[in-house]
Design a protein around this ligand. Sequence first.
Ligand code: C2E
Ligand code: MG
Ligand code: MG
Ligand code: MG
Length: 292
Amino acid sequence: KMDSFGPAELGRIIPLDSPCDQLADELPLTIADAMKAGQMIAHFQPKVCCHSGRVTGFEALARWQHPMQGVLPPESFMPGLAETDHIALTGVMLQHALDALVFWDESGNHVETASLNISNVELGDPDLSETILQELEKRRLAPSRLVLELLESIVPINSDPVARKNLKHLLEAGCRLDLDDFGTGYAGLDAVRTFSVHRIKIDRSYVTGCDIDANQQRMVSAILAMAGQLGIETIAEGAETQQEHAYLAQLGCDEVQGYAVARPMPLEETLEFMARHEDRIASLPGIVPGKL
Ligand code: C2E
Ligand code: MG
Ligand code: MG
Ligand code: MG
């Protein structure tokens, strides 16, 4: 069964007890082969609104469904990926993200956005914006339904003109921009000043323990206050406990994403998740039933 990864399992390749195990290590299977074979899949992790409890979107996260080793997380295959493979991977993930939006629409479970992670390698691909807009149009999806997640530090300010052009083109068309892992880079504020940032995604390193650790609380509060002043929405990533989730909601964070709500899951499981989630919305931390 496909599964998501807990913190301790990240990067660990689950050993198989099958006799093919030995053989698996010797298979010359590259990422390019894997993509051709349709083994590069997406798992989807929900983002929920702190005010209504509703699912506002899902983030598409790359998974290699390895024939021998099971479902592998990005950190086991993304580091050191060749530039062309990186770009190809984003192409595959774009398809997964947009197909998911169509899938949800057609199933009668409208999900407003799908988020796609974009690295600086892909942002430097001269065809990126054109490809994305074409794929959206092919499916008659409004560009605003696609959220691009960029690390705050890679949002190119004065650097690569190709990257700037891509970003400008996509934002003008209506795609949304979230600054991922906010607080870990160094160019976040510069990015906010230069581009219309839709949301900042507060890095998990600030979220962990924010309900009990005074220093974490101060950092999260300060980031939320800054975002409020700038008129930017906020999402906290990596809330693992109900207490963290409740505290973030109480502080006024707009959305939360983390194991406390759900782990990343295969697309087929998202419908069941949403049905279950609807039932438990009223009991989510920070949700006032009357406000629904
Ligand atoms: P990210 O975009 O910051 O994604 C969040 C990561 O945190 C995901 O790990 C997710 O599974 C994990 N996570 C979510 N909630 C929790 C939680 O409550 N606790 C903990 N401990 N972890 C949580 P994942 O899927 O392994 O992805 C890792 C990174 O790989 C992503 O970080 C992103 O930078 C990169 N990545 C994933 N998919 C893609 C992709 O399609 N393209 C690109 N360029 N990068 C990708
Ligand atoms: Mg992300
Ligand atoms: Mg992140
Ligand atoms: Mg992260």
